[in-house]
Design a protein around this ligand. Structure first.
Ligand SMILES: NC(=O)c1ccc[n+]([C@@H]2O[C@H](COP(=O)([O-])OP(=O)(O)OC[C@H]3O[C@@H](n4cnc5c(N)ncnc54)[C@H](O)[C@@H]3O)[C@@H](O)[C@H]2O)c1
Ligand SMILES: [Zn+2]
Ligand SMILES: [Zn+2]
Length: 367
């Protein structure tokens, strides 16, 4: 390999000599098709992972369709990655070949800013996303719909031995995205009442974490369709249909907090009314279009509206260890890699219970 000072002159092929097979979207149709690309050699601080499973997050769907207007094509999505270590650099003590590991939404950050020094790499201005980011060497990052990934050890977590790897994969994004605000906003205390808006990938995991914390959980959804499962299967205590005025009025002022996971534009006013005084609604869903913000219902009750993005690496390890201890996994539909385009169409219609996970290890090679 060339000396560091000549790094800029090194060809992309030399920087990234290892061939990888994956699925990429090449334009705003979002259609995913086979794509061969390359990754860097395993450095001293790196871990190379054979990817076995990758969850399909709604962010993957937003991104392949360029709904957030920042997509760099071709794009290989996927940031709910679980696999086994096949190579570990000489500075890597934490992992060895054969270990089960996970990678989430980030693969690097500056390590020295105030966010990084508080274990909040997720808010580092130089944070590098697992896909669709410009890496430190100027190349674009590619995600987990692929057979192998090379990641700095700091951004790899140990995967609990007792959890199934397929059902556990969604914890790497969906899990940490709901767990982190619950911890940081005190919405993890036994007996507190938490509302979960949107019962998709993130929402159903929020219900499970909430129950493990000993909270009262109410799911707020647009249709009655998911009520029975929410209560009987996921363990929610109550279910509100957001269009049912009577139900919504009766529940006003009852919730300590709400985790809002809705992926599209919606009216937040009736949700804010559900909060007690000083209640908090945490926005984690990332709709393409801005929402309208009614100020009066916030003012009258001293309520808090916040947004959060995944969680730091320390919190991600804590989250997955907690999930291991409480046997929390996502309810998944395990799919073959060649089903991914149909899965995306179904995800767009909320037709999934509750997370698609691609069986990368067994099916990607033939996609
Ligand atoms: N903040 C973060 O760090 C973070 C991390 C992951 C995902 N996300 C975002 O969170 C959102 C949810 O992700 P997901 O993977 O759980 O998606 P999902 O599709 O599995 O779930 C979204 C839920 O929202 C509901 N919904 C959709 N449109 C709605 C509407 N108009 N009104 C009410 N409900 C509606 C759906 O029925 C579904 O239950 C996405 O926007 C995603 O990009 C954010
Ligand atoms: Zn995600
Ligand atoms: Zn930083």
């Amino acid at each position: 390999m060339a000396a560091k000072e000549n790094w800029e002159k090194v060809s992309p092929e030399e920087k990234h000599p290892r061939k990888v097979f994956g699925l990429a979207a090449k334009d705003t149709s979002g259609a995913l098709s086979p794509f061969t690309f390359s990754r860097r050699n395993n450095g001293d601080d790196d871990v190379t992972i054979k990817i076995l499973y990758c969850g399909i997050c709604h962010s993957d769907l937003h991104t392949i369709k360029n709904e957030w207007k920042n997509t760099i094509y071709p794009i290989v999505p996927g940031h709910e990655i679980v696999g086994t270590v096949i190579e570990a650099g000489q500075n890597v003590q934490k992992f060895k070949v054969g270990d089960k590991v996970g990678v989430g939404c980030m693969v690097n950050s500056c390590r020295s800013c105030s966010s990084c020094s508080q274990n909040l790499e997720n808010y580092c201005p130089k944070m590098i996303l697992t896909y669709n980011s410009v890496n430190t060497d100027g190349t674009i990052t590619y995600g987990g719909y692929s057979d192998m990934i090379v990641v700095d050890k700091h951004f790899v977590v140990r995967f609990p031995e007792n959890l199934p790897m397929d059902g556990g994969a969604p914890l790497l994004c969906a899990g940490i995205t709901v767990y982190s605000p619950m911890i940081n906003f005190g919405l993890n205390e036994p007996g507190k009442h938490l509302g979960v808006v949107g019962l998709g990938g993130l929402g159903h995991v929020a219900v499970k974490f909430g129950k493990a914390f000993g909270m009262k959980i109410t799911v707020i959804s647009t249709s009655l369709r998911k009520k029975e499962e929410a209560i009987n299967k996921l363990g929610a205590d109550a279910f509100l249909v957001s269009s049912d005025r009577e139900q919504m009025t009766a529940a006003m002022g009852t919730m300590d907090g709400i985790i809002n996971t809705v992926s599209a534009k919606h009216d937040v006013t009736p949700l804010i009314f559900l909060l007690k005084a000083h209640g908090k609604m945490i926005m984690v869903g990332a709709p393409e279009h801005p929402l309208e913000l009614p100020v009066f219902p916030l003012i009258m009750g001293g309520k808090i509206l916040a947004g959060t993005f995944v969680g730091g690496m320390k919190a991600t390890q804590e989250m997955i260890d907690f999930a291991g201890k409480h046997n929390i996994t996502a309810d998944i539909e395990l799919i073959r890699a060649d089903y991914v385009n149909e899965a995306m169409e179904r995800l767009a219609k909320s037709d999934v219970k509750y997370r698609f996970v691609i069986d990368v290890g067994n099916t990607l090679a033939t996609a």
